[in-house]
Design a protein around this ligand. Structure first.
Ligand SMILES: [Fe+2]
Length: 483
């Protein structure tokens, strides 16, 4: 699904665009506070081109949409049997299927962020048409993606909290491919009138419970990483009364009755294929190479660090400032650190003098690396031993590795000590938050007509805003309005 540079030249000429934005730039523009018409046109042209390149031969959808319910049930049964097989393999002593160590799992959370941070976006364009009863199920799905305006249930807020909790910065450095899926979702959001069947088909594909969600949740928990974002989707997408069933019903409800439904159904199938476009879970997991990631981290630090070391800081007879003067030096620098025993691979991190600079009692480089970066360096140094899932700070406190105490067990232990984890269900704190946008929104709503209020609420429930205090407030108001 790679986008050829030729496309940008062609579409740029057609649209009169002088400089062609990258997918990451277009993604970022669509998430901006005021999306320009030209940006919407660029995104629309990009998606149309993308659709023309889809491989429609590998769809597993039934030929007749009336068989969708049966298709959904048999797909869910197949996933359940695959998951049971996976659990048995693990019970029999098999290793994790996805994450080789904790750094690998954190990398996945970071690399999936461009998609997860626009979760639900594809349905936003239908919100203003909520009076069409055929869209009732789709509008309900969107509002539930937004957590009914409850910050603890808003999927994007949950993912943002997950990133913050584990020190995962926004992935600005990723390749274009990482933005494809998120860009599709944002483009559908801002062009729903143009892509109605595709939106419905995309929703059909995205809301089915996939095997990778179950395995991801299981292995994150095992590694002591909060799996809530993923377990939430296991329950919410269930094929009985959940989003999966509503997605099927939305297709059946929206098939044209006054004309030929065949063309509409074909375009629904295109939307379904779009839900699988771009990098999937397995692609992102396969993309992780800890040597590459360590090199990238050191290269990123080199520009800040190349003048920060004293003259006496030398490795293999060369000043550290000199090693860090160019990103090209970093692979050789990492080898030099190992040869001179500053780093001892395949041993506990305390054996490495370099690690003690980062985390020792008199750590002279304390605070240079984020918690994610420390975990990557930690797992890289430990090598195959890192498969035990030990967190970098556990290795210092001599606590047992995370794999021995999974995330949920830890949470339960905290609760029984009389210090329960934050209860997101009762979190209504954003009502009381001091927030400039929330104040502005309330003032504007008070001054607006009824129609104006509705337009405003829909606008503030966009992917760019819905996770903010103003967006959550708007979601609650909108929810009350349509009930
Ligand atoms: Fe979601």
């Amino acid at each position: 699904m790679r986008i050829s540079p030729d496309f940008w030249v062609a579409s740029g000429n057609k649209l009169g665009i002088e400089e062609n934005p990258s997918l990451a730039q277009l993604y970022s523009s669509l998430l901006g506070t005021a999306v320009e018409l030209e940006t919407q046109r660029e995104a629309l042209a990009w998606l149309e081109k993308h659709i023309h390149r889809l491989d429609m031969s590998c769809s597993d959808l039934p030929v007749d949409p009336q068989n969708l319910n049966e298709w959904m049930r048999s797909s869910a049964q197949f996933v359940a049997s695959q998951y049971a097989e996976y659990l048995q393999q693990r019970k029999d002593g098999g290793s994790r299927r996805y994450f080789s160590n904790r750094a690998h799992a954190l990398y996945f959370l970071k690399a999936a962020a461009p998609t997860k941070l626009v979760d639900g976006a594809w349905l936003h364009g239908l919100l203003k048409h909520w009076r069409n009863t055929k869209f009732a199920g789709l509008v309900r799905i969107y509002i539930e993606e937004l957590g009914d305006g409850n910050s603890g249930k808003n999927h994007v807020v949950i993912y943002k909290s997950l990133l913050a909790r584990y020190g995962l910065d926004l992935p600005a450095e990723f390749d274009e491919d990482f933005y494809t899926q998120g860009l599709i979702q944002l483009t559908l959001a801002s062009n729903a009138d143009h892509f109605l069947p595709e939106v419905i088909g995309f929703n059909l594909g995205y809301e089915q419970l996939p095997l990778h969600l179950l395995i991801t949740a299981y292995e994150l928990n095992e590694l002591g990483i909060d799996p809530y974002y993923f377990t939430l989707h296991v329950t919410v997408d269930n094929p009985d009364t959940g989003h999966a069933q509503r997605a099927v019903q939305a297709v059946l409800d929206n098939l044209p009755r006054l004309g030929c439904a065949k063309d509409f159904w074909q375009r629904v199938q295109v939307g379904y294929q779009l839900s699988n476009a771009g990098l999937g879970t397995q692609d992102i997991i396969d993309n992780f190479d800890i040597n590459v990631e360590v090199t990238r981290i050191f290269q990123q630090k080199s520009s800040a660090g190349h003048n920060a070391h004293s003259d006496y800081c030398r490795v293999a007879g060369r000043h550290v400032n000199d090693w860090l003067s160019s990103k090209e030096n970093i692979p050789e620098f990492l080898i030099a650190l190992q040869k001179s025993n500053w780093i001892v691979r395949g041993a506990p991190v305390c054996k490495s003098r370099f690690w003690n600079l980062l985390r020792g009692k008199r750590a002279e480089m304390f605070g240079v690396f984020t918690s994610y970066e420390l975990q990557v360096i930690h797992d890289w140094i430990r090598g195959s031993d890192s498969s035990d899932g030990q967190s970098y700070d556990e290795s210092e406190s001599q606590r047992p590795p995370a794999a021995a105490i999974n995330f949920r067990t830890t949470q339960r232990q905290i609760a029984t000590r009389g210090n329960p984890p934050h209860d997101f269900d009762s979190d209504t704190s954003e009502k009381l938050l001091l927030d400039a946008d929330l104040q502005i929104l309330v003032e504007k709503l008070l001054a607006a007509t009824k129609d104006g209020q509705e337009t405003m609420l829909v606008e503030v429930m966009s992917p760019a805003h819905h996770w903010t205090p103003a967006g959550l407030f708007a979601t609650r108001m909108f929810n009350d309005m349509i009930m």
